[in-house]
Design a protein around this ligand. Structure first.
Ligand SMILES: Nc1ncnc2c1ncn2[C@@H]1O[C@H](COP(=O)(O)OP(=O)(O)OP(=O)(O)O)[C@@H](O)[C@H]1O
Ligand SMILES: [Mg+2]
Length: 327
């Protein structure tokens, strides 16, 4: 993929929010998939939707896209209601769904030209977005013969082909190799730089942290946290980790250092959790020296695991951080 995206810059649009969601609910039978969600996505914002499998992310996104009808609540997209299917909105939105449909008897390029034509965009736009996602070499390959990751790239290209001002991507990097993933980040940063609004679902928390202005963490159909990754990380009080070679210091001794909340041996390292990194580093320096000591500050992943690993409000248990053990 290349970061060269040759669409026209988007002028700042009307209104204060690109997407406005209030108290939206959607049940499948007795199951509440989306259970009273309210949020706003600002114009030009890169907005992440995170949460465990089944949290309701795709359902919520499909409601915003106008692919699903909410049971109740209020949804406004670019100042309009997306439901019933709003044809005025379609040219302004790009949609990559979690299970994208293709014209399988066509080549990659034919597919994109067809999609472009639906939006009254020409073959040149199709060629550009093929290059943008790095599918140039597969342009003449039948869609059914593309690899999983190549299909995913084609789905992304299909969402971008008409230069929409609002882009929905539902786990776009799920099947991408590490290089393609990084390449897509660059494409997306370019799109954001052009003023486009992006709603982005992912299970890659490093990706959310690197790309998103704000993220909402959805659990069981509800928003459990919503803020910038930076604010979420600083507000959580999730500890930093200091790692040193095991054997240099016993976990018992380490646990006695003022400021150390927990000490344990993990994979050959002594891991100290602390909210007072500077103080603990000083103490370590005096005790053993700092050679080979690594620090890892809290990340969005820590916040996420803390939230999703906590017992749910209804008392059911959830999973725990797989690598954490009490000393
Ligand atoms: N068409 C449907 N009919 C019935 N139940 C559905 C349907 N679509 C989703 N669900 C259920 O609604 C809940 C939310 O599903 P959804 O696909 O929105 O989750 P998600 O957060 O996107 O999960 P994932 O991370 O696995 O993509 C799940 O329990 C799912 O089983
Ligand atoms: Mg989903």
């Amino acid at each position: 993929m290349t970061a060269a995206v040759h669409h026209q810059p988007v002028p700042p649009a009307e209104g204060d929010a690109a997407i406005h969601v209030r108290e939206v609910r959607k049940s499948y039978g007795a199951h509440r998939a989306v259970d009273g969600v309210s949020l706003d996505v600002r114009h030009g914002e890169f907005f992440g939707l995170l949460g465990p499998n089944g949290a309701g992310k795709t359902t919520l996104v499909e409601i915003m896209e106008g692919l699903r009808e909410a049971d109740s609540g209020e949804v406004t997209v670019l100042g309009q209601s997306p439901w019933p299917r709003n044809t005025a909105l379609l040219p302004r939105m790009g949609v990559q769904t979690q299970s994208s449909a293709f014209f399988v008897r066509q080549t990659a390029r034919e597919h994109l030209v067809t999609v472009a034509a639906l939006y009254r965009a020409g073959a040149a736009a199709a060629d550009r977005s093929l290059e943008t996602v790095g599918l140039g070499p597969q342009r003449d390959t039948l869609v059914e013969n593309l690899s999983g990751g190549q299909r995913q790239r084609l789905a992304i290209a299909s969402a971008l082909v008409h230069g929409p001002e609002l882009i929905f991507l539902d786990e776009p990097t799920a099947a991408l190799d590490p290089q393609a993933r990084r390449d897509l980040w660059e494409v997306l940063r370019t799109l954001k730089g052009e003023g486009r609004t992006i709603v982005y679902t992912t299970h890659h928390l490093d990706e959310a942290e690197a790309l998103c202005d704000r993220v909402a963490i959805l659990m069981a159909g509800r928003v459990r946290a919503l803020d910038s990754p930076h604010e979420l990380v600083s507000a959580t009080g999730a500890p930093s980790r200091l790692m040193l070679p095991a054997g240099r210091l016993s976990p018992q001794k380490a646990a006695e250092i003022p400021g150390v909340d927990r000490a344990s041996v993990q994979g050959g390292s002594l891991v100290l959790e602390t909210a007072a990194t500077g103080k603990v580093l000083q103490a370590l320096d005096a005790l053993t020296g700092l050679d080979g000591v690594m620090t890892r500050t809290a990340t969005l992943e820590d916040v996420y695991l803390e939230l999703t690993g906590a017992p749910a409000p209804d008392g059911t248990s959830a999973h725990h951080h797989p690598t954490e053990q009490k000393a």
